[in-house]
Design a protein around this ligand. Structure first.
Ligand code: BES
Ligand code: ZN
Length: 630
């Protein structure tokens, strides 16, 4: 496709293949969601009211539902008939409501309850929580699970402001600003900024809270509160300020976060006003705060400016990874300046580029294992689901694309004005990749940069399989330290006796990961003798004692891939026990695969069976697939 054709596509709206709803015929001025949580029945009984306006001619409203019971439908307060269509996988059952003639603007109310099949909700018995005081509930709606929590136009292309009301015997949080409530066991929230359905979230349980910044509060179960507060209180406000400097003011007023029980299947989820995050971030060394920078960045990319269908998911995640790294670099630069470093900008760039190198490596690894069609930036989801397509590709190929554009357009000084323009233009809106390219031209053409854009190979970037058409040049100073040390271990005969703990003493958190990852890759090409592994454990005891999930996983990967260990070894037992404490798929899936491929298949399965009741349904399904149990 020529660039003019690509730009012309910006004019026609992309339709979302992952929704059965007729969202393109309506806009919502307000949505009111009432939820009543029952821990006995493990369900939510609710009602949702949409204030709708017709934007195209139609005689019905079609909403997405999945495993919901529908208990009634009203238009402007009057009960009407409805039809719940047959279920198709994985999209669920469309709920069809005929409209009276000439109904242009109206209130549509649907009464419903969730069922035990809801893919969005996880109920946890109190015995399985950390505080053991009360049962716990949390939701995870991205990408297409909101429809199993309430009937909705389940597409990122449809936004509405929300009012939330939750009745629950336990403290409850939702994705909005808390409002005083006079009723007991009732929690109210307002979300005045229009949001798509996938950002609606609920959690309820025995929750305590503490400040982690002037406009940030951390929530978690009481026994973990101090540790959670410590992990983020140093960085949170700095992240917010750097991000605001890059884009514009943080609009959601407060940025709070909830640290969930171990079964939360992702690292983090950018639910507006209340990011949900895995307890594996609490590593007691502040080494995983980048996840918080990432979720915060979604407050602009994703939550204000949104991909209009999941086929353009890279617009959400690629931009967010780009901003995450700008934030981390920005904070490093501020710190360097405070420490009197004259080259403080360089100090920040060094950090940003190092994160980008780790990202590039994971892009190269992911391309090797993902089906080719999902290694494209723009997906075709007409015959597959967003969950099948999900991987690091939209994150890292998306980042590479933006980093490439930044570079060819003349560096950050020339890219930042565009960034502000883009985030202003699409604030509160949803867009596709063609609108993104069109906006680049709109911004850069008048300032004489059309030729630069014309030289970009748009087709290969958007629709080409595999690694990007251009390999970025990164500053490798921090990475080189890791490669040099790995090289010394690859030449064990020559350097034997010369290794010491001081080799890694000055490493930044992520340098350990690059070192371990490089070693693991090289060692699996040619496995060295057992004594090398023993020497590694002797010289670097801190790796065996790590509390940081990233290090535990990287270290186990390096050691166990050797094949020297069986289920009886202490090191394997310790790793297997740790797997029982992590429901974050990023760790659980490769962890079981490691046991299966390099220790013992039966041990992998028995370990999984022992712990499976602790995991989220999404995680259980994926590990079962990985272990060949499905
Ligand atoms: N929005 C994602 C999580 C997600 C994506 C959930 C797709 C369901 C479907 C979140 O912002 C994310 O990317 N989390 C990462 C953090 C990382 C890239 C820093 C994670 O969970 O590991
Ligand atoms: Zn993200």
């Amino acid at each position: 496709m020529k660039v003019d054709e690509l730009r012309a596509r910006a004019a026609s709206k992309e339709l979302d293949p992952c929704t059965k709803s007729n969202y393109h015929s309506f806009s919502a001025t307000q949505t009111t969601l009432n939820l009543d949580v029952s821990f006995e029945k493990k369900n939510i009984v609710g009602s949702v009211t949409y204030d709708l306006k017709k934007t195209a001619s139609t005689s019905e409203v079609v909403l997405d539902t999945s495993y919901l019971d529908i208990n009634g439908v009203k238009i402007d307060g009057v009960s009407v008939s409805y039809d719940l269509g047959k279920r198709t996988e994985p999209f669920g059952s469309p709920l069809k409501i005929s409209l009276p003639a000439n109904e242009e603007a109206f209130k549509l109310t649907v009464l419903f309850n969730t069922t035990e099949n809801s893919t969005a909700l996880q109920f946890i018995d109190k015995e399985a929580t950390d505080s053991k005081v009360s049962d716990y509930l949390f939701s995870q709606c991205q990408a297409i699970h909101a429809r199993s929590m309430f009937p909705c136009f389940d597409t990122p292309g449809f936004k509405s402001p929300y009012s939330f009301r939750v009745h629950s015997p336990s403290y409850a949080l939702m994705s909005g600003r808390p409002v005083e409530s006079s009723e007991s066991d009732t929690y109210l929230f307002e979300q005045p900024i229009p949001i798509p359905s996938y950002l609606v979230a609920i959690a309820s349980g025995n929750l305590a809270h503490a400040p982690i910044g002037p406009r940030s509060t951390i929530y978690t179960e009481p026994p973990n509160l101090d540790a959670c507060q410590w992990e983020f209180e140093k960085d949170m406000e700095n992240f917010l300020q750097v991000a605001e400097g890059l884009i514009y003011k943080y609009e959601w007023l407060k940025y709070d976060a909830l640290i969930l029980p171990l079964s939360f299947p992702y690292g983090g989820m950018e639910n507006p006003n209340i990011t949900f995050a895995t307890p594996t971030l609490i590593s007691k060394d502040r080494s995983q705060v980048n996840v918080m920078a990432h979720e915060l960045a979604h407050s602009w990319s994703g939550n204000l400016v949104t991909n209009c269908t999941w086929e353009h998911f890279w617009l959400n995640e690629g931009w967010t990874v780009y901003l995450e790294r700008r934030i981390l670099g920005g904070v490093a630069s501020v710190e360097a300046k405070q420490n009197g470093d004259k080259d403080y900008i360089d100090a920040g760039e060094k950090v940003r580029h190092f994160a980008a190198i780790l990202g590039w490596n994971s892009l190269v690894d992911t391309v090797k294992i993902m089906p080719a069609q999902f290694t494209r930036l723009v997906w075709d989801l007409k015959s597959s689901t967003p969950d099948d397509a999900f991987s690091k590709i939209p994150y890292e190929k998306g980042f590479s694309f933006l980093f490439y554009l930044e570079t060819v357009l003349g560096g950050v000084d020339h890219f930042d004005p565009f960034m502000k323009y883009y985030f202003n233009k699409y604030r509160y809106k949803s867009l596709d990749s063609y609108q993104f390219i069109d906006t680049l031209y709109e911004f850069y053409e008048p300032i004489g940069k059309k030729e630069v854009l014309d030289s970009v190979d748009w087709n290969t970037w958007l629709f080409g399989d595999g690694i990007p058409p251009s390999t970025p040049k990164f500053d490798t100073r921090l990475a080189d330290e890791c490669y040099t040390l790995a090289e010394k271990w690859l030449n064990f005969d020559k350097f034997q006796g010369q290794y010491s703990e001081s080799d890694i003493a000055k490493f930044e958190a992520d340098q350990h990961l690059l070192f371990l990852g490089t070693m693991s890759e090289k060692f699996s090409d040619k496995t060295p003798p057992l004594e090398v592994y023993e020497e590694l454990r002797r010289v670097y005891p801190q790796y065996s004692e790590a509390t940081n999930g990233e290090i535990i996983a990287g270290w186990a990967d390096l050691q166990l891939k050797s094949g020297y260990f069986n289920a009886e070894d202490a090191l394997v037992k310790k790793f297997a026990a740790w797997l029982g404490t992590v429901g974050r798929m990023k760790f659980a899936r490769p962890g079981y695969t490691l046991l299966k491929n390099h220790v013992d298949y039966n041990f992998a399965v028995s370990t999984f069976r022992k712990f499976e009741s602790r995991y989220h349904p999404i995680c259980k399904t994926m590990v079962k697939k990985d272990l060949g149990l499905e």
